[in-house]
Design a protein around this ligand. Sequence first.
Ligand code: HOZ
Length: 426
Amino acid sequence: MTDQNDILFERARAVIPGGVNSPVRAFKAVGGTPRFIKRAQGAYFWDANDKRYIDYIGSWGPMILGHGHPAVVEAVQKAVLEGFSYGAPTEREIELAEAILALVPSMDMVRLVSSGTEAAMSALRLARGATGRKSIIKFEGCYHGHADALLVKAGSGLATFGNPTSAGVPPEVVQHTVVLEYNNLQQLEEAFALHGNDLACLMIEAIAGNMNFVRATPEFAKRCRELCTQHGALLIFDEVMTGFRVGLHGAQGVLGVKPDLTVLGKVIGGGMPLAAFGGPRAIMEQLAPLGPVYQAGTLSGNPVATACGLATLKEISKPGFYEALGQKTRTLVDGLKAAAAAEGQPFNADSEGGMFGFFLMNDLPQNYATVMTTDNAQFNALFHGLLERGVYIAPALYEAGFVSAAHTDEDIAATIEAARDIFRKR
Ligand code: HOZ
C-alpha cells in the first residue's frame, strides 16, 4: 500500500469507529478512501499524498473567508497566548454577543455554546420551557444536530408522531415530534389544526442545507410564521448553516421572516467550535441562572473560539463582501448549468450568498423525497471525477456546497471545466 490516504484510513479504522469522527467524512455514500487532510490555505487543502484540492466544503460551512485568513490567524494567535480556557466570563464574549445581535435583529439576547447540535438542543428545551408545551414540528430532510428528540423520521400519518432514525433513541423520546414534508402547505395546516394547542415550537432550516440545497418557498416560510403566532408556538430558525453564509442577516434576512429563536453555528466560530442560540429578551431570560431552563457548558464562550468568531464577523461585515461572494457562487452555479446543458445532461443548481447546491435532475427539488430520487451512481461518478481532477465537493448527494471569499475566478473556471469534462465523457 503506497497511497498515504489508504494507509491512514486503515490506521484510523483500528482506533476510531469507521475511521472518522463524523460519519459523512467516511465516504460511505460515494465509496473509496476518504482524503486525510494535512493542511489548508485559502481555497485549497492538501491531502496525505500532498495532492491539492479546490475545497467546496469549507469545513461544512465555517470557512467563509477561506483557510488561514491573516486577520483571523492573528486574532487566534493573540488569544492563545492569553490562555486557552478559563471557565469564567470574558469581555470578548460580550463583544461577540454584541456583534451577533447587531447583525440579527430578531435576537435581543444570545447564549454562546460549542456546537450546532448543542445550540439546537438547547433552543428546543428553551421553547418547551418557555411555552410549557411538549410537541414540536420538524421537517423531513432538515437536520438539527443529533439530539435525541430531533433524530426523527415521519410516522405513518399526521396524527402520529415520528420514529427514531437512530438506534439508542427510545420511541418515547420522539413521541412529541411531528415530522412533516418540507414545503407542503397542506400538511402544515393539518398539523397545526391537529396539534397546534400543544406545540412548543416549529423548527426549520428555512434554506435547507442537509438535503443538498432546498429553499422554503416564501409562502411556506410566511405560513410557518403565521401559524406559530396564531397557536402560541415558537418559530425556530436553525441557521447553523445559513447564518452569515447566505447573507449578513441569514436566511431570515433573505426571506424577510422573523423567527422567535435563532440557532447559529459554523461561520460565527470561523472554524473553531462555537455556536449560539438567541431570541427575544423575555424568552432568553427563562434560561438559567435567571430562569428555570437549565443549560451550561465548560467550553461555552471559549476565549480562543470567540476571538476567531469576532475576527471572522469583522471581515464579513465589510461593505460589498456578500455581493462579491454571491456573484462568485452564481458564476460557479451558472457555469455548471451551462456545461451540463451543452453536454445534454439533466442538471440544475441554485445558490444564495456563499452556499449552493446542484442536482442531477431538470427541476430544483422542493423536498427531501425528490432530492433522494437522484441517481446515486451518477452522483458518485461525478464526485469521483471531480476528486480526481482536484475538486473536492461534499461526499454525499444530500449535502450543500460552500464557496469562500478566497476562491478565485480561476478556481471557479477550473471547477466548471472539470465538470464539463466529466459530463462530456458520460
Ligand atoms: N454535520 C455535517 C453534515 N451536514 C458534517 C460535519 C462533519 O463531518 O464535519
